[in-house]
Design a protein around this ligand. Structure first.
Ligand SMILES: [Zn+2]
Ligand SMILES: [Zn+2]
Length: 346
């Protein structure tokens, strides 16, 4: 008798994703086997699929934004049971290196990020994961919302970097998944005003539904002038840049008040052009934000489990993973149109 097999979407090279039979993982010591129920397609997956970033090394299985149900336990697991609904922190850390002992497990020197580089992720029937990275999803929370914990954690770190927000004005540049989730988190912190800019009116309509005080499309006029007008000719206290390209970074910087803070979370272009003189003479601050700590992941799990945050408006499509996953990657790579977050289900 051969090894038990399962279905997976295997990335074989640029723009080459295939439905394949691969060996079903067996949970090792301290691990749980998870039946994947929902897995989001991340912008970084699409970039990897196109071969732009080199962050997906074929052959491999993508998928780091996911949730599912435990179906089998490895040896020495006492903290979880078969049937538990879970969402993993998708960075497997060693727990022993210097950053890990300091508590910064996302900076682990020996980390393996699920669905990144050569490490297999969750676009498969099953995945085996150490239980130390698992968080429980509360009963009323859907698996689809469970798959949103990861992108929400990315947005959470950016908003945490922005500092105290009560009474402040905030501009979010880019109304994709991360920008919109940042909007939801900023709204919870009592800002005076939140503005959102994007080139897509469809995305801006979602931002309005999620509570943006004003939405700005650069196609309809200069964003910096509109932001000045909306802030008493001052500019915003905080700009969260969630695109990562020259025009959007420049927009974020030019909309800031003197002494304001920009949080850069967009991660697309490696090199961009910024007006450094403006940063110097107006004493603007720039903070980079990447991934999330274990604590921040726990923070967003609590928010979603307690129903304090609605991420549903960001989910634009759900589709069966094995039947539609390949077509959806091709579509997102070519032209996402109005699609924001796409979730693949098993
Ligand atoms: Zn992602
Ligand atoms: Zn470590």
């Amino acid at each position: 008798m051969g090894r038990p097999m399962m279905k997976a979407l295997v990335f074989n090279g640029n723009e080459d994703l295939r439905l394949a039979e691969v060996p079903k993982p067996k949970p090792g010591r301290g691990e749980a086997l998870i039946r994947v129920k929902a897995c989001g397609i991340c912008g970084s997956d699409v970039h990897g699929y196109l071969g732009i970033t080199g962050r997906r090394l074929p052959p491999m299985i993508m998928g780091h934004e996911f949730s599912g149900e435990i179906v089998e336990l490895g040896a020495d697991v006492t903290d979880f049971r078969v049937g538990d609904r879970v969402a993993p922190y998708p960075v497997i850390f060693c727990g022993e290196c210097e950053p890990c002992r300091r508590g910064d497990v996302h900076l682990c020197l020996h980390k393996r990020a699920l669905g990144v580089l050569a490490c297999d992720g969750a676009m498969a029937d099953y995945i085996a994961v150490p239980t130390k990275v698992l968080f429980r999803i509360a009963a009323p929370i859907s698996f689809d919302v469970g798959a949103m914990m990861e992108p929400l954690a990315v947005a959470c770190r950016a908003v945490n970097h922005a500092g105290d927000l009560p009474g402040k004005s905030v501009l979010i540049v880019g109304a994709g998944t991360i920008g919109l989730l940042a909007l939801a988190l900023v709204k919870m912190r009592n800002p005076a005003k939140v503005l959102v800019s994007d080139l897509s009116d469809t995305r801006l309509a979602v931002a309005t539904r999620m509570g943006a005080d004003a939405v700005l499309n650069p196609a309809n006029g200069a964003v910096d002038a509109a932001v000045k007008a909306a802030t008493g000719d001052v500019g915003v206290d905080v700009a969260i840049e969630a695109v990562g390209a020259t025009p959007t970074v420049q927009q974020a910087m030019s909309c800031l008040r003197t002494g304001g803070t920009a949080v850069w979370i967009g991660n697309s272009a490696k090199m961009i052009t910024v007006n450094m003189q403006e940063v110097v003479t107006r004493e603007l601050q720039v903070i980079g934000s990447f991934l999330y700590s274990f604590q921040e992941f726990g923070e967003v799990v609590d928010l979603l489990n307690q129903g304090k945050l609605d991420v549903e408006p960001v989910i634009s499509l759900r589709a069966p993973m094995m039947e539609k996953g390949i077509d959806l990657f091709a579509k997102l790579a070519k032209d996402p149109g109005p699609l924001i977050k796409v979730i693949l289900n098993n």
